[in-house]
Write a protein that binds this ligand. Structure first.
Ligand code: F6R
Length: 315
């Protein structure tokens, strides 16, 4: 896993080079809906923060009822065999212009417009291929405006630094990691939580500001035993968010360990990708520290097998 994740800067470049030979009529698109699960869906969560039109991520068997011919429907599934995503796509494909991002599988054979990405990885480790072709497609349609060169530059020029920080964070976590972020960093906090769950096989939680200041904050009255807080911050964050984080740090530090991380980079997108990559690496170092093989996701696979037996016997 570490070797695959270390190649992230190269993967981003390769992913940006993936061509697609279909056309979507931009004038008709009024909203974007992306269906996916787990390591595939998180790519859309992150991108949703940069969209100039309504953007909805669905992790379910059914697409939202508002989809129509003005919706660009994207189904993203690394394997192409995830039942929720297939179900959503089946219900949406007659109604909307659509694109599928996958390595193949059933989904790959169901769609006309396919962005085919390289196979042989764990979905969560293939984030470059799940995120950047979607970002490129949406940018080519004028739905977002992202600086890809800056991301590549930032990732390439900070390799050692990212690895150092990740090692330090992975080594510094005591108990349960609880990750906090605002805006797109809220989605990155979710990614961190998922990576601690799947790579380090441990519980973790994520919270988004300012919402968590209206509920989770109060939990600290009851203490913070066995928790390490990770704040995903940006120097450029707005004053109100800075004030909230500062208040949280003072309160939480009395009861738990608080790690504050700042991302370099000119654009919010680059900073988000930077924080994401630090978290990906940190979760693998955490797995190493726990003596755990980060790669297999045995329980997820077991459940998928049980469900596929179930549908075979009931059909
Ligand atoms: C496994 C992983 C999972 C999968 C999820 C959906 O590495 O990240 O969260 O992404 O089970 O499967 P796919 O991505 O194949 O649709």
């Amino acid at each position: 896993m570490l070797d695959v994740v270390r190649k992230f800067p190269e993967q981003v470049k390769e992913a940006l080079g993936i061509e697609f030979n279909f056309e979507i009529e931009r004038e008709k698109i009024k909203n974007v809906v992306v269906a996916g699960m787990g390591g595939s869906a998180i790519s859309a969560d992150i991108l949703s923060h940069f969209s100039s039109i309504p953007f909805h991520v669905v992790r379910d068997y059914k697409p939202p009822s508002f989809i129509d011919e003005d919706t660009l429907f994207i189904a993203v599934s690394y394997s192409g065999n995830t039942e929720e995503t297939i179900s959503c796509f089946s219900l949406a494909r007659e109604k909307c212009p659509h694109v599928v991002i996958t390595t193949g599988g059933k989904l790959g054979s169901m769609a006309k417009n396919v962005i085919k990405i390289p196979s042989g990885m764990q979905p969560r480790a293939a984030i470059a291929y799940l995120l950047f072709p979607m970002a490129k497609l949406l940018s080519s349609l004028g739905i977002m405006d992202l600086d890809f060169d800056e991301v590549v530059y930032l990732m390439e020029s900070n390799r050692d630094r990212i690895e150092e920080i990740a090692k330090e964070v992975g080594g510094g976590i005591k108990g349960i990691p609880v990750i906090y972020g605002y805006g797109v960093m809220g989605s990155i906090a979710r990614r961190w939580r998922q990576q601690f769950n799947e790579n380090a096989k441990m519980h973790a939680f994520d919270f988004v500001l300012p919402e968590c200041n209206h509920n989770e904050l109060e939990a600290w009255e009851g203490g913070g035993d066995n928790i390490t807080c990770i704040f995903l911050r940006e120097k450029e964050e707005m004053d109100r968010i800075k004030a909230r984080f500062d208040f949280m740090r003072e309160e939480y530090e009395e009861k738990a360990r608080v790690i504050e991380l700042y991302a370099p980079g000119k654009s919010r997108f680059s900073r988000a990708i930077y924080h994401m990559h630090v978290g990906d690496m940190a979760s693998i170092y955490m797995a190493e520290r726990r003596g755990i093989d980060a790669e297999p996701v045995n329980l997820i696979m077991q459940l998928k097998n049980v469900l596929s037996q179930h549908s075979r016997s009931s059909s």
